[in-house]
Design a protein around this ligand. Structure first.
Ligand code: ZN
Length: 426
């Protein structure tokens, strides 16, 4: 149990701590290895956290604090939390009691304001056993697979870029990444896993550790970011630069992305030992060269299904690409700040089209990569899978519905699972 109990944590100098801190908002996020409660505060607060048994509960006392209104604590419970109660055990102390369904470890830390966020107090509840690095769908990895780790950016506390209509990058990229994972897993040569599978934050470090810990062969981070210029549009592919960005936008994006941990919330004291793998020059050269080759194939495929923001593989100092020693790319699938792209990126067919293009680029790279297993493929036959529709298959394969119908002499839109479609190789 962390040694936080019963000591007031004086984390702000007396002069900067306002007399009365308001809790102005709260959010609850459920991840595979933790439930995270976030309290938004009007200023830094003195707090103590402790747990009690019989019944199991975690108590959070905030000194000189009060609820900022009825809307400030809308959470009722969820995950391991049965319910949340509030009270005032003594004058000026606001107490939150998390009634738990089962015993949990806890860890609490303050986050300073960043971007649009005010001061926050984060309380993480984890299992009684030490938290796994992450338990995300590791079960479906086979040792001999060519393992592709797909990393949907942001999540939970960190929405990523927010579009004019309110769409969140974290949601769009999770949908595209999930589609890409499904498509990759249809290819018998490869296996795909996601660094996050729901709406919770995973630190940049844990994303990298996840890939390296599983012996990944390829790392693809999926994003849909913002640009100051609203007209900026199209997809782009980035690889790591060790000596500055290849464009002003790349530099700006890398700064934004590398600040994700500030928005998503990472406790400095909790960070697992970093994979301080200093890449030997030869290893780094290989990684950069292969990342560029992979990026070029992805760009070519993406350019066939939509506009490109840049015709070249761009370079910038993205932290998430830094500590992996495998080919690693960051795909910007479009701009949430562009009105038309925000709308398009929310559509299933557009997401499938982008995921399909990334897969084709990856597949071409795999064909040339000696690490990728060889297999006998029916290159020009597509077997209809559950959930398929002609429109979805056409989007995934980069064809029009009319093309597919004409080539296969189909007279209706109806498909049967297992039905074979002829697909010209592109
Ligand atoms: Zn992003």
């Amino acid at each position: 149990m962390p040694a936080l109990g019963f000591i007031w944590l004086m984390l702000c100098a007396a002069a900067t701590c306002a007399d009365d801190i308001a809790v102005i908002g709260s959010r609850l996020w459920h991840g595979p290895d933790r439930t995270r409660l976030v309290l938004e505060l009007s200023g830094p607060v003195d707090y103590k956290v402790f747990s009690l048994e019989d019944p199991n509960r975690v108590v959070i006392d905030l000194k000189h604090a009060h609820l900022g209104g009825a809307a400030s604590l809308p959470i009722e419970g969820g995950g391991p939390i049965k319910r949340v109660r509030t009270g005032n055990p003594s004058v000026g102390v606001l107490r939150l009691v998390l009634d738990l369904l089962r015993p949990r470890n806890y860890r609490a830390f303050l986050l300073s304001p960043s971007a649009s966020y005010p001061h926050r107090l984060v309380i993480d509840l984890t299992g009684t056993a030490p938290a796994a690095t992450t338990s995300v769908d590791a079960s479906d990895i086979r040792e001999q697979d060519y393992l592709v780790v797909i990393d949907p950016g942001h999540g939970g506390e960190d929405p990523g870029a927010v579009g004019g209509k309110g769409s969140h990058e974290k949601q769009v990229v999770l949908e595209i990444a999930s589609r890409l994972k499904r498509i990759i897993n249809w290819d018998s040569r490869m296996r795909a896993v996601l660094t996050r599978t729901g709406d919770y934050y995973v630190s940049l470090r844990r994303r990298v550790a996840f890939a390296m810990g599983r012996g990944a062969d390829i790392f693809i981070s999926i994003h849909a970011d913002a640009a100051k210029r609203r007209s900026a549009h199209g997809s782009s592919v980035y690889i790591l630069s060790t000596d500055g960005a290849s464009s002003e936008l790349g530099k700006w994006l890398a700064l934004r992305e590398n600040a994700a941990d500030l928005a998503g919330g990472v406790d400095i004291g909790e960070q697992e030992p970093i994979l301080q793998k200093t890449l030997l020059d030869m290893g780094l050269d290989w990684k950069i060269r292969e990342s560029r080759a992979l990026g070029a194939h992805l760009l070519k495929a993406l350019g066939k299904v939509g506009p490109l923001h840049s015709p070249n593989v761009e370079r910038a100092g993205f932290a998430v690409l830094k500590s992996v020693d495998i080919p690693a790319v960051l795909v910007e699938t479009g701009f949430m700040t562009n009105r038309a792209e925000e709308q398009a990126l929310g559509q299933a067919l557009v997401q499938e089209r982008i995921a399909g293009a990334i897969f084709r680029g990856l597949s071409t790279y795999c064909d040339l990569d000696p690490r990728c297993p060889e297999t006998v493929r029916e290159a020009d036959v597509y077997v209809v899978a559950p959930g398929d529709s002609l429109a979805l298959i056409a989007a995934r394969l980069g064809f029009t519905v009319a093309d597919l119908k004409r080539i296969n002499r189909l007279t209706t839109q109806t498909l049967e699972i297992g039905q074979k479609l002829t697909v010209p190789v592109r």
